[in-house]
Design a binder for this molecule. Structure first.
Ligand SMILES: Nc1ncnc2c1ncn2[C@@H]1O[C@H](COP(=O)(O)OP(=O)(O)OP(=O)(O)O)[C@@H](O)[C@H]1O
Length: 661
């Protein structure tokens, strides 16, 4: 297929160089999509149906027509006959869902096992044979237990039934997934995008798809999953990246940040933007030829009020206003016996007197300036926050020293979200076809709104875990988050089977659940190994050596190693690792067989995983957060990154919630 694409000669079919460029770009992207991945086999499964699909129950039992090889993408032979069907095709679905209880007309399901691109094993399930034994799924188990090195990989070969239900949910509905650490939320979200792109290719190519993650190192960790599935056009961003209209150089107190993220700010902004409209006090007089047409101020006011009441965007209303005024002039012309047509209306709308009136009544909105004024002008804020924010809250919002201009202001991340809201009040934010929002528990209501307007006419997949919420404004529950997103009717699903964290480790971390998220169920682990859990006390003098020793021990094993520590301790640990001759990476830098140790500040650990985790000083991790609950949640995140083993090294006492005291 790649050779076919490469040998296409477009010299004769393109009339001009523009066509040639466009066509060549399309061919190049097809060749790219067909690139060979030496370690990614073309197929991983086979289905033998009882009857050829479509032939019906009574159809002939034709072996060729009822046997399908399932792979990452569609592959055909030189005659165009399918050799491998795409995992997303309807005919592939039983590979993920069929069971002995519900065989879905499948007689045999075969899984192929590969080692470095070489076929080394297969495993059969005879779903309709009553004599067949329930298989243990050793290939699946091996896939789950496989050591992790490098960026996240796809799970197409082993998507589980409860995950598949979410992956293949329709495009129209929005879905929200609550899941404990390692239950595959991120994996499911990415595969869902790939599925939707397959099922609704044209529509989504037009409207676009976006994956939102918590930070850039996380995005780098997941960025290769979709390209490996042949999907190259999915955008990735952080919420900060989406709302980067002003340069963020400042930081808020937790109190101010929480308030700026509060949904009530939307009402304050709405009023402030509206206040840019001034009621007319002067009539508009349009001179045409020898006649003068006069629209009195009270009639202009009626037009303005009507536009305000319609609640349309500031910019759209501003565009509509000159035509409304022109219409009022036309009504007068007609009353005077003239017969003006559309062209006259256009001309009147462009008349200098009308333009001047529009400029005075409805000046263009300036979103950043409006927010700047709210945060620096106490009277302006009081006027628009009246009845919405208390005087105390208003004081919290005000900058201690008002900046001189939009450029010189030290905007915070929460301010940028406010500017984004104000921009949307001025001009509608374009909506994408589908948005996947990962680690969604950490967003403020105003951030949910920012994401929501980017999928206002599309749908969203929300992924998160309430217990891992580590911002002061993290959401108390999904219904609330979904309301702010503008998708109150989204279906809420729960994933409970953990694929990452081994049994003993998840049980240890789950001791924190009653303190950090009382309502949540403990995750189960489908991992075969109980995990290597060690809690090593040290002393102030020997602590660093104990940590280095634990890292060395972890590096004797196969796979990646993460040393997770409170952010303030990272520089010292980095120096100690270097002094001890242990090369290490920062999160997001790609691990490789030669560079397997990553030093991870606890604040960046979310969403990542390592085969062996060495956890430095839990008390320091909790102490680095503004309050106890956030501290314990941060610790919970750090404790749940390990795939094979976790070593906790502590000189200070462990938090009570962890020791059960
Ligand atoms: N069906 C599956 N087959 C094999 N591996 C899986 C499967 N589902 C998930 N995994 C693996 O389990 C690990 C955890 O998955 P993922 O990171 O998506 O979980 P998560 O729920 O997003 O975790 P967190 O809450 O920590 O962000 C990943 O390595 C993923 O590849």
């Amino acid at each position: 297929m790649r050779a076919d694409a490469e040998s296409l000669d477009i010299a004769d079919v393109t009339a001009n160089w523009v066509n040639a460029e466009v066509l060549q770009a399309q061919i190049d992207s097809r060749i790219k999509a067909l690139a060979d991945h030496a370690h990614t086999p073309l197929f991983f499964g086979r289905l033998d149906y009882l009857h050829a699909p479509g032939a019906g129950e009574d159809g002939p039992e034709d072996a060729d027509a009822s046997r399908f090889y399932i792979g990452r993408r569609h592959v055909h032979d030189a005659d165009g006959d399918p050799m491998v069907v795409d995992w997303r095709a309807p005919v592939s679905q039983p590979f993920y869902r069929a069971s002995r209880k519900e065989p879905m007309d499948v007689a045999l399901r075969r899984r192929f096992g590969f080692t470095g691109g070489e076929l080394t094993a297969y495993e059969d399930e005879h779903l309709t044979d009553p004599a067949a034994e329930e298989t243990t799924g050793r290939l699946l188990q091996a896939e789950i237990e496989r050591p992790r090195v490098g960026p996240m990989r796809d799970i197409v070969a082993t998507i589980q039934p409860e995950q598949d239900v979410i992956v293949r949910a329709g495009l129209a509905g929005s879905v929200c997934v609550q899941g404990a650490p390692g239950t595959g939320k991120t994996a499911v979200g990415l595969h869902r995008v790939a599925y939707l792109l397959y099922a609704h290719r044209e529509r989504l190519a037009r409207t676009g798809t976006l994956v939102i993650g918590p930070n850039d190192s996380f995005l780098r960790y997941i960025e290769q999953v979709l390209p490996a599935l042949g999907e190259l056009d999915v955008q990735q961003a952080t919420v900060e990246g989406l709302v980067a209209h002003v340069e963020v150089r400042g930081e808020d107190s937790p109190e101010a940040a929480r308030l700026k993220g509060d949904a009530r700010m939307a009402e304050v902004l709405r009023r402030a933007v509206r206040s840019g409209v001034t009621m007319p006090t002067e009539p508009v007089v349009v001179v045409r030829g020898s006649r003068r047409w006069r629209i009195p101020a009270y009639e202009l006011e009626e037009i303005v009020r009507e536009l305000l009441d319609r609640g349309i965007r500031h910019g759209a209303a501003r565009e509509a206003l000159p035509r409304r005024i022109a219409h009022a002039v036309l009504v007068r012309m007609e009353a005077a016996g003239e017969a003006p047509d559309d062209r006259v209306q256009d001309a009147v709308a462009r008349n200098p007197a009308v333009k001047a009136a529009v400029k005075a009544i409805w000046p263009p909105a300036d979103p950043a300036r409006t927010v700047l004024r709210l945060l620096s002008d106490a009277d302006f804020l009081a006027e628009h926050a009246e009845g919405v924010l208390t005087p105390g809250e208003q004081r919290t919002l005000l900058w201690p020293k008002p900046p001189r201009s939009v450029r010189s202001a030290r905007w915070s991340a929460a301010d940028a979200v406010l500017v984004d809201e104000a921009r949307d009040l001025a001009e509608r934010t374009p909506s994408l076809g589908h948005v996947v929002l990962d680690e969604a528990q950490d967003l403020s209501p105003m951030q949910y709104r920012a994401v929501g307007r980017r999928c206002s006419t599309g749908s969203v997949t929300v992924l998160g875990d309430i217990a891992q919420g580590t911002t002061p404004w993290s959401t108390p529950g999904w219904p609330e988050a979904l309301t702010h997103l503008g998708k109150p009717d989204a279906r809420i699903e729960e994933l409970t089977e953990g694929f990452r964290v081994p049994r003993d480790v998840i049980a240890y971390a789950s001791r924190l659940l009653p303190s950090i998220a009382p309502g949540l169920k403990e995750a189960t682990s489908v991992r075969e190994s109980a995990g290597d859990l060690r809690v090593l006390p040290s002393t102030a003098g020997t602590h660093e050596d104990a940590v280095l020793e634990a890292c060395r021990a972890a590096l004797t094993r196969e796979g990646s190693v993460g040393l997770i520590a409170a952010a303030p301790r990272v520089p010292a640990l980095s120096a100690a690792l270097s002094a001890a001759g242990l090369p290490h990476l920062a999160p997001g830098e790609e691990t490789s067989p030669d560079a397997r140790l990553t030093l991870v500040p606890a604040t960046l650990a979310k969403g990542l995983e390592y085969d062996y985790v060495v956890l430095d000083e839990p008390a320091a991790i909790t102490a680095a957060e503004p309050d106890e609950r956030t501290g314990l949640r941060r610790l919970y995140v750090a404790l749940t990154r390990a795939v094979s083993g976790l070593t906790v090294v502590h000189a200070e006492p462990l938090p009570d919630a962890l020791t059960g005291r």
